[in-house]
Design a protein around this ligand. Structure first.
Ligand code: 13P
Length: 248
């Protein structure tokens, strides 16, 4: 049985005070919800506030650099994140690929660095609208998987989570239908099986991301290969994200 992961990606939202206020409301709403692992990923500067306020809720960063330290102005390393109590990290989000030149190669380097520091990576893949319309969804997912994930060892792979986020569904209100999402997740699980074997394929959590809301989460989670959600906008409000966490 794969334990679902319900993760909130706050992107560039909330101050430290707003972060503390969120957890004050959110923590009691999800107390005792042990059917899923709950993760919140605030901006870097608010990670300490989130760790302090988070109680048992997992805290993650939204990015990480691949080296431990050095002359890399503006970057934050995986050991630095681990040292403050951050346990997860999103890697290769489509917004980072689009605006910050993230590639499958940097995704791989960042994933290895995160694993070396004991962090749990949430590695994002997903096709853009023109790629889907050109019928290239599986080609894109396969290329992202091969270059960004397949190079890991089996031991490394066992410690990460994958998020399928079709770019056309992010922040647009256009969720992939459960069937469209399931088809992509099933394809990814087949890729995992071919590279890492049936046990790894059976154990890997594949999250769906893209306009997840309280009213569509149940249909998505009913799909056999969807093991959780990576939620953007709807994770900013405590009651709304709690409703998503409580989908069953
Ligand atoms: P939305 O839920 O706002 O569409 O964002 C999805 C996402 O990008 C999560 O990482």
């Amino acid at each position: 049985m794969r334990k679902p992961v319900m993760a909130g990606n706050w992107k560039m939202h909330k101050t430290a005070a707003e972060t503390a206020a969120f957890f004050e409301k959110f923590a009691p709403l999800v107390a005792g919800a042990d059917h899923a692992e709950i993760v919140i990923c605030p901006p870097f500067v608010n990670l300490p506030a989130a760790v302090a306020a988070g109680g048992g809720i997992g805290i993650g960063a939204q990015d990480v650099f691949w080296l431990k330290e050095g002359a890399y102005t503006g970057e934050v390393s995986a050991p630095m994140l681990a040292a403050i109590g951050c346990r997860w990290v999103i890697i290769g989000h489509s917004e980072r690929r689009q605006y910050f030149n993230e590639t499958d190669e940097t995704v791989l380097k960042k994933t290895v660095a995160a694993l070396d520091a004991g962090l749990k990576p949430i590695v994002c893949v997903g096709e853009r609208l023109e790629e889907r319309e050109a019928g290239a969804t599986e080609t894109v997912l396969e290329a992202q998987f091969n270059a960004g994930i397949a190079e890991l060892t089996g031991e490394q792979f066992a410690r990460l989570v994958i998020a399928y986020e079709p770019v056309w569904a992010i922040g647009t209100g256009k969720t992939a239908t459960p069937e469209i999402a399931q088809a992509a997740h099933h394809f990814l699980r087949r890729e995992i099986r071919a590279r890492f074997g049936p046990e790894a394929a059976g154990a890997c959590r594949i999250l769906y991301g893209g306009s997840v809301k309280p009213d569509n989460i149940k249909g998505l989670m009913a799909q056999p290969d969807i093991d959780g959600a990576l939620v953007g906008g709807a994770s900013l409000d405590a009651a709304t994200f709690a409703a998503i966490v409580h989908y069953p």
